[in-house]
Design a protein around this ligand. Sequence first.
Ligand SMILES: [Zn+2]
Length: 277
Amino acid sequence: MKLYLSADMEGTAGVASWAQCDPKNTTEYPYYRHLMSLEVRAAIDGAREAGVKDVLVNDSHSAMRNVLWNELPDDVRMIYGNRKPFSMNEGIDQSFACAFFTGYHAGVGDADGALDHTYSPDTIYNVRLNGTRCSETTMNAALLGYHGVPVALISGDRTTVEGARAFLPWIEGVVSKDSIGRYAVNSFSPAEVRERLRAGATRAIERVAEMKPFRFASPLTLEIDFTGTQNADFAELIPGFARSGGRSVRFQHDDYAVVFKAFVAAMRLGAAANAPV
Ligand SMILES: [Zn+2]
């Protein structure tokens, strides 16, 4: 059985600030990337106890070079580095039995979700698919679902886990902390979270037959509200995008993989407009 694991960082035990997750930070980040790595390891260990053989990890945070190789089993492969066309879902295909999302965080605009954002905190104000407000969890689960792969486990703060359960009611949820607004948490200890992750991962694999791929119905309408009009000025230059408001663009297609890549393109081009003029 093959497992796909998308590893983000903001949902790691104890994380409550951007500094803890910023690769340029030389004091706090090295410690918290270690905790992130150990949480990934705990999820892998738990999955293997339930019979998973192959594991592909996709480092999904910031520059996407965070998880420490020496904390993972030697036979695990990992996708490392940024600017991947499918970003937090790079490498997924129909050969995987299920996926885990570890260290995930609340979507932009969710109250009591530490470091809430959706892909780009400086650029994206809101994302909707077919009118439904999306988080990274939603958008990524839909890309896995496009390949027929269900999300079996998510870890992060309580807001993130409850947000996932709202549309994936079967999911195994591992709560790492309760968020107090955007920049404070009441966290379980890292060791406690690792133990919960290991046990949750075993349960998730044992229950994998209950897990269902998540999909949005076609035709698909993607709407992005940016933080500023300058972002929309750039994104609307992409063929197929229409300006739908001062800060907003719209894109329509039947194929979710095309829609997802269109989102990544609009986010990256839109973010380029934040450079000082
Ligand atoms: Zn992240």
